[in-house]
Design a protein around this ligand. Structure first.
Ligand code: HEM
Length: 510
């Protein structure tokens, strides 16, 4: 071999050696980042995955159970790594109050949400604040009142379809019909888009959003978590991915509605989210904080994406919550009967249409819904904030770029906050029972200025649906459900793995 070939080989080997050494040192340093700030990391992080394999690949436990185990063993602040990304699981409610509420300027953004989609969920810093300000009035009490008629119409159709299809001798899977219901409701209330998913379970949009939430992106997510440097490459590939096609499909429908609205220049019967978004695009609505009028305006992309996010966020979360409530009531006939008695006393028997004021009288029903949200929070892993500057709270130093994760499921089942946490007891949520309990002990909708914008809307929809259901049927337990009910978190929503099975018995009134 000639000398110059030897020197080229030697140069490549040395260059490769230096490159690999730097890569190893940088990874090693990254995986010791939290420890240098005194954060306890209970499990040794894998050089490639971090602690991903501890959380996501267990055959016996799901993510939220593993988190609960760490917190039980190692205290209320626990560090871990998703790939190289440092994260701190914080179950100390005083620290969480500082993070979610007091220091919102430092903890403004959600970590790891895909960038490039200008939605409320993923927007950052000042732009998030402006868009949140524009969209907050969408679900004010007044607007909710004007939406109630539409919500109840969909709930009544749900009951009619159940009555037509039901067979008292058969077990009935209720999660899928509930998904049709919630998509009909949110598409009408947020976008004035008349879908008919309940009568047409093959509706293309329903199928598209269903597929979107069932996509198992786990392998790609694992790669991205382990090698964040690959993100731009995958962003390019995602254009061709099925999930992107589904979003594009929903987006194109939303854009069509936007165009029709603009042409017609009509004001809808009630002011829906799309109307507010369109007004914002014309500068009628916004008071930009920056002083420059153009900054506050929404562009067409932001309108379509945010309308789309309402559709997605409002559909899966609420149908999942409703499925768990139905499940809890099927196991607790005594509580179901109390709800029925309340309906009889406050509204009366018969088949009169429910009104907004009727629903606000049903306090015990609201307590039962809250208790189901405590035991089965549909969004248990999404309350999370990225730290913009190293901050010390109650002696715990949270380093810059680290994510603070709120273990909602563990907090909701902490026996110090909730005695006998496995017991389904709606009365825990009575105002007098709440005194003395930390305000952050219950966070199914997150907390602070970045909490769920649709929480009140979801509560109204759930109360209306369950009131209609309990008024017409006795919900009975089915043996088809696993005990305890098996759940799975694919991305953000905790779904019942095999749906929710119940039996229904029609109520008879004279
Ligand atoms: C039972 C139903 C629902 C549950 C359990 C739920 C739960 C949550 C949670 C836990 C968050 C994160 C909050 C945080 O980080 O502090 C969130 C955010 C959000 N939710 Fe919901 N949600 C529900 C229904 C809805 C509905 C009906 C809509 C819209 C119509 C909606 C729209 C959103 C949006 C846009 C965000 C992001 C807010 C922001 O970043 O400013 N959600 N939700």
């Amino acid at each position: 071999m000639s000398w110059y070939k030897i020197s080229i080989t030697a140069a490549i080997v040395s260059f490769g050696g230096v490159f690999i050494s730097i890569w190893i040192i940088r990874r090693w340093k990254a995986l010791n980042y939290l420890q240098t700030f005194g954060i306890v990391c209970p499990n040794k992080a894998h050089f490639i995955y971090g602690n991903l394999h501890h959380l996501r690949w267990s055959k016996t436990e799901n993510v939220q159970e593993k988190q609960a185990e760490w917190l039980k063993k190692h205290g209320k602040v626990v560090g871990y790594y998703m790939g190289l990304k440092p994260r701190i699981l914080v179950a100390d409610l005083d620290i969480l109050r500082e993070v979610l509420i007091k220091h919102v300027n430092i903890f403004t953004n959600r970590p790891d949400v895909p960038r490039g989609m200008p939605t409320l969920v993923s927007l950052r810093d000042g732009r998030w604040k402006e868009v949140r300000h524009i969209l907050t009035p969408t679900f004010s009490l007044l607007k909710l009142k004007s939406m109630f008629h539409t919500i109840n119409e969909c709930a009544e159709l749900f009951i009619d379809i159940l009555k037509k299809d039901f067979d008292p001798s058969k077990d009935f899977e209720i999660y899928e019909p509930l998904q049709g219901l919630t998509l009909d409701v949110i598409s009408r209330c947020a976008l004035a888009l008349q879908l008919d998913c309940q009568r047409n379970p093959q509706d293309k949009i329903l199928e598209a959003v269903r597929k979107f939430f069932r996509l198992d992106l786990s392998r790609i997510v694992v790669l991205l978590v382990c090698f964040p440097g690959l993100r731009s490459f995958f962003r390019m590939l995602f254009r061709f991915a099925p999930s992107n096609k589904l979003i594009a499909f929903v987006l194109s429908h939303v854009r069509l509605v936007v165009a029709r609205r603009r042409e017609a220049k009509e004001v809808p019967v009630f002011i829906d989210a799309l109307h507010l978004l369109l007004e914002a695009s014309e500068g009628k609505h916004v008071e930009p904080e920056s002083g420059s009028p153009a900054v506050g305006l929404l562009n067409d992309d932001e309108i379509a994406w945010n309308a789309c996010v309402f559709l997605l966020a409002g559909y899966e979360t609420t149908s999942t919550a409703l499925a768990y409530i139905t499940y809890c009531l099927s196991l607790h006939p005594d509580i179901q009967e109390k709800i029925h008695t309340e309906i009889m006393e406050k509204i009366g028997p018969g088949s009169s249409t429910l009104g907004y004021d009727d629903i606000s009288k049903l306090q015990y029903l609201e307590l039962a819904i809250q208790e189901s949200l405590r035991l089965f929070p549909p969004v248990p892993l999404f309350v999370s904030r990225e730290c913009k500057e190293t901050t010390t709270i109650k002696g715990v130093t949270i380093p810059v770029d680290c994510a603070v994760d709120v273990p909602v499921w563990s907090i909701h089942r902490d026996p110090e906050l909730w005695p006998e946490p496995e017991t389904f007891d709606p009365l825990r949520h009575l105002p007098e029972q709440k005194t003395g309990r930390h305000p952050l002990a219950f966070l199914p909708f997150g907390a602070g200025p970045r909490n769920c914008i649709g929480g009140r809307f979801a509560m109204l929809e759930m109360k209306c649906t369950i009131a209609n259901l309990v008024r017409n049927f006795v919900i009975k337990a089915s043996e088809k459900n696993s005990v305890p009910l098996s759940t799975v978190v694919r991305t953000t929503i905790m779904n019942p793995t095999d749906g929710v099975w119940i039996k229904l018995e029609k109520r008879q009134y004279n």
